[in-house]
Design a protein around this ligand. Sequence first.
Ligand code: HSE
Length: 404
Amino acid sequence: MIQIAILGFGVVGSGTAEVLTENRALIAARCGEEVNIRYILDLRDFPEHPLGNRVVHDINVILRDPEVSVVAEMMGGSHPAYDFSRAALEAGKSVVTSNKEVVATYGAELLELARSKGVSYLFEASVGGGIPIIRPLQNDLACNEILSISGILNGTTNFILSKMKREGVAFADALAEAQALGYAEANPAADVDGLDAARKIVILAALAFGVLVSPSDIRVEGISHITPEQTAVADAMGCAVKLIGHTERIGDRVLALVGPHMVPESNPVHHIEGVFNGILVDADMLGRALFYGAGAGKLPTASAVVSDILSAASSAGRPSLPHWRPAAPQDLANPADRRCRRCFVLEGDAAAAEKAKAFFGYDSFAVFGNGSFAFLSRPMTEREAGRALAESRKTLRWTMPVLD
Ligand code: HSE
């Protein structure tokens, strides 16, 4: 019998109990052992819940119980989640978590501690909700060099953008619905302003490149500044505006960023709607692979947590953990050096648009009635774009990167 403790009995914590209860027999059949929830740590009591008698309020009860081999942390926030995770690893227990804030900030340190104790620190649920992405990157693509990872990493914002576009729902109403469905963070500003996606992209970058960048050191833009004009221009260009997390290497430096992108129909990420996430991995041997599925929500996220519980239990004594080191300033690439196609909206008429062609190298454009024209440029860095603007002597209304 595998004895576990659940830390935090909110959306994901209670979902984890539900998955373990609902699929108890098949989990036992596949693992050869039953999983028993011995403790649930929460500030609250749950007298009506069938597992209400497992609730404790003191972490030390769990830390001191030698029978508990896996602690599943789903408290959210950095503290005390980080402190309890550290204490559990110190006590020789494996820790699994859905807490991207802790993994993105303290992952390198906690992996090192787990390695020194011979236990696991697993975080499949921290990125992409229920989508298997961490283990595939770490195990199945181990013989590949990862060239880039890009995609939709936040279910709440994709849900909001999809609702606004398809159903004309107002931003506040779409956000309220995402909250009611259990998709949003406790403070939904983390979703809307891109911080949640930033935490996830630095975790993916660390898996790809071995360097853990702080989310506060990367360029992050959310969805609150997206205008109806940008959505209309994207439509005219056969694109959709999506909040994208992106990482790649530029030379020997790591670039990671989050922001709105125009995604053409030719990219499968274009078609991802609602709470779904889609993570496009470009690897040198495999080529491109899309990891797609429910990016948030109670049971999908709990599915990933339970898979980690089973993995931690089955690899007891011989955990396979990635090696990460915290990034130094010289590890970080400048986002201005990223080369990609870009959408530009410049002031001028059709004649001006024709003249601009030489500087931006585009092959299609649309002229709009309000004295501006829009086009998708050839791949260029921000520096090159600045030069093209100066040389063409055009006035920029706005620009947005394209995710090809
Ligand atoms: N708030 C997050 C999202 C939850 O919407 O994607 C899953 O990490």
